[in-house]
Design a protein around this ligand. Structure first.
Ligand SMILES: Cc1cc2nc3c(=O)[nH]c(=O)nc-3n(C[C@H](O)[C@H](O)[C@H](O)COP(=O)(O)O)c2cc1C
Length: 219
């Protein structure tokens, strides 16, 4: 694990968070904070909790990893992640595309919340991203029936061995049941802890005109 840059973390924590100082677009503001979190060496800065709506309307949440896909030519203003298209979350999203995301960066005591609707990423982006993954993860995407009951760990390992043999000496193609999604936000909130307990909260809300309204909220 990289060492954390304490000086940068201190600077981040002290930075102003105000309607007047934030970027015009929330994803631009998110990218600023994300780039700082990465440079500061914050562990698992890419982890975000994804909440979806179950068949009976009950909430379901789990962590997935945010992927910055700009190097793959995907620079849309949204929040990409990858998963199994036959998992519980995928079934929930197919039924109800509404979802929420939460990042928490412990130091510098920041939170980002985004709410919106989830769509599948274009297939060529999922292909391009899959090709960059370590081979073991590529095999894993084929081997694991995510969210389904499996008889044993040995069963999964046996499946993995069989797939390694099947693909020996050639590229592993992206499984049709594995790929990306993006959350397209209609609301994004940035939260910064202050020792006074008067924490700073700035929320962006998408208006019908396509403009973002930016407001301060009570902590
Ligand atoms: C740090 C961390 C990162 C994770 N990243 C992912 C991810 O990027 N994609 C994914 O499908 N699951 C990821 N998982 C596993 C999920 O939390 C979850 O167990 C899995 O996606 C099945 O969720 P579901 O049954 O609700 O569909 C991650 C878990 C942790 C703790």
């Amino acid at each position: 694990m990289n060492e954390m840059d304490e000086n940068l973390i201190e600077q981040m924590a002290a930075e102003a968070l105000d309607v007047a100082s934030v970027a015009a677009e929330p994803v631009e503001q998110f990218r600023r904070w994300y780039a700082q979190a990465k440079s500061a060496g914050i562990p698992r800065e890419d982890a975000m909790t994804l909440a979806t709506v179950g068949a009976d309307g009950s909430p379901a949440a789990r962590i997935v990893l945010y992927k910055d896909l700009t190097d793959l030519g995907y620079a849309e203003a949204d929040f990409p992640f990858f998963t199994n298209y036959e998992s519980d979350k995928a079934e929930q999203l197919a039924r109800d595309a509404r979802a929420a995301l939460v990042f928490h960066w412990k130091p510098p005591a920041r939170q980002v919340r985004a709410e919106g609707v989830v769509e599948k990423l274009p297939e060529h982006i999922s292909d391009a991203y899959f090709a960059t993954r370590p081979r073991a993860s590529q095999i894993g995407a084929w081997a694991s029936p995510q969210s389904r009951v499996v008889p044993s760990r040995a069963c999964l390992e046996e499946q993995e061995r069989a797939l390694e043999e099947e693909y020996a000496g050639r590229d592993v193609p992206r499984p049709p049941h594995w790929g990306g999604y993006v959350l397209k936000p209609h609301s994004v909130e940035f939260w910064q802890h202050r020792d006074s307990r008067l924490h700073d909260r700035v929320r962006y809300t998408l208006e019908e005109s396509g403009e973002w309204r930016v407001e301060r909220l009570g902590p």
